[in-house]
Design a protein around this ligand. Structure first.
Ligand code: GLU
Length: 447
């Protein structure tokens, strides 16, 4: 059976790091099995859903390289929900209720006050047809609850959490549809999972009790439930579920110069027993994806770790991948020269300016100027520039002046680049070129 997973965001905001992680894991689960990954837009809430967020979700997934094999939208599937709803009403699994939010809240408080779990008391099940008719006559429409079967315990073997067990009598019958006819998340999601052939539902552990309820919905719909796995939530480095984390969207990472490969490499392994490594090769990450390595403890998302990993990832990015984002004129040799010095791709432009010039040289003392004049002499004396001019130049100068180490290298670097640190001069000097190098050395020697 083909593995089919889905990522089901509600388009009520940008994807945040927790959503991105869920999307990635579902994508990986599907890809590892050679299956399909669906994007399901959960937009039944017309008031809070926005088209701009749907576009942003697609754009973020594309940026991350997590394209879906197909896209579904709940707002286009109301006819399917109506049909299933009618069947479940007919089967006595959905019933009408009229309690107001205030009434329910009061009952909750009373139960809690008596030390009892705040479970819905099913009072509406006692209503007669005459009662319903009276409500209708008053112009009061019902909202609808799914009637849980209090028979057997609800159990499943969770892909991450292992054996799960719920007593249905300890759960409230969930409201699945509001009085205005609009849908709550629970039932449409189960209907979709059935009709879209979803085989694996992988989501956050905040959905564990929803799964208990939805398992009964699958059975009521006459369907075989998918496999379920719930991952531990993501927390900030301070160990709490932070507001900041929830607000960290893909756009904020992009603006900060974090590469999609960095987020993918981090989120693929965070919270698992596998080490986070700067792996750019997606296929290698997918091959190692394994739910059994997922831990039960919250996964800690640490910005410092993200920055460190980003630098390591940038050092691994091949020219073909970054080509379009490099400064004008920067070729593969340029990229290879500067990438070990980058924390962010954007810094390539700073180092490239050193190649193209002009550079701001420091003021050198007389002795250093004399040394730099000797460097010009070495060039004039017919130094074979060749493939490795830096070694040719420094070897000749070492011989001529007896200088070595910092006294030899630093003034040259400063004169040639205007900086006292930076990429390997051996890689930089051929890019600066003989003509430019001579001009810079002459300027520095002249003071
Ligand atoms: N739209 C739901 C959410 O974002 C989907 C949950 C699910 O994966 O079933 O929480």
């Amino acid at each position: 059976m083909t593995v089919i997973t889905r990522f089901a965001p509600s388009p009520t905001g940008r994807l945040h790091v927790g959503n991105i992680r869920t999307a990635l894991h579902n994508w990986m689960l599907a890809h590892k099995a050679g299956g399909r990954f669906l994007l399901r837009i959960d937009d039944t809430d017309a008031e809070r859903s926005r088209e701009e967020y749907v576009d942003a979700i697609r754009a973020d997934l594309a940026w991350l390289g997590l394209e879906a094999d197909a896209e579904e939208r709940q707002s286009q599937r109301f006819a399917h929900y109506e049909a299933a709803f009618a069947r479940l009403v007919e089967a006595g699994r959905i019933y009408r209720c009229y309690e107001t939010a205030q009434e329910l809240e009061l009952r909750r408080k009373v139960l809690l006050g008596r030390g009892l779990p705040p479970i819905y008391d099913r009072a509406a099940l006692q209503l007669t047809e005459a009662d319903h008719a009276a409500k209708a006559a008053e112009g009061i429409a019902p909202h609808w609850r799914f009637k849980l079967d209090h028979g057997d315990p609800i159990t499943w073997d969770d892909g991450i959490r292992g054996a799960q067990h719920f007593d249905p009598a300890q759960l409230s019958d969930p409201v699945i549809r509001r009085a205005d006819g609009s849908w709550l998340y629970m039932l449409p999601s189960a209907i979709d999972d059935v009709e879209m052939g979803v085989t694996d539902v992988l989501r956050g552990e905040d959905h564990v009790s929803n799964t208990a309820v939805q398992l009964q919905m699958f059975t009521a719909l006459g369907a075989q439930p998918p496999r379920f796995a719930h991952e531990a939530l993501l927390v900030g480095s301070e160990g709490k579920l932070s507001k900041r984390l929830g607000a960290l969207g893909a756009d904020s990472f992009r603006e900060r110069g974090i590469e999609p490969e960095t987020l993918v490499a981090l989120l693929a392994r965070l919270g698992t027993s596998q080490p986070v490594e700067p792996i750019v090769d997606r296929a290698a990450l997918v091959a190692g994806f394994d739910l059994s390595t997922f831990g039960r403890a919250p996964a800690r998302f640490d910005d410092t770790e993200l920055d460190r990993l980003n630098a390591a990832i940038v050092h691994h990015l091949p020219f073909a991948r970054v080509q379009g984002q490099l400064p004008e004129g920067m070729d593969e040799a340029g990229w290879d020269a500067v990438r070990p010095n980058l924390a962010h791709l954007g810094e390539a432009a700073d180092w490239w300016r050193i190649v193209t010039g002009p550079v701001a040289q420091p003021a050198f003392d007389a002795e250093t100027r004399a040394f730099l004049a000797q460097a010009v002499d070495v060039l004039d004396g017919g130094l074979a520039w060749g493939d490795d001019p830096w070694h040719a130049l420094t070897n000749a100068l070492k011989e001529a002046t007896g200088r070595k180490g910092k006294a030899l290298f630093l003034p040259l670097r400063q004169a040639l680049t205007g900086m006292d640190h930076g990429p390997d001069m051996g890689a930089l000097l051929p890019l600066i070129g003989e003509v430019q190098a001579r001009t810079r050395l002459e300027q520095a020697a002249a003071g």
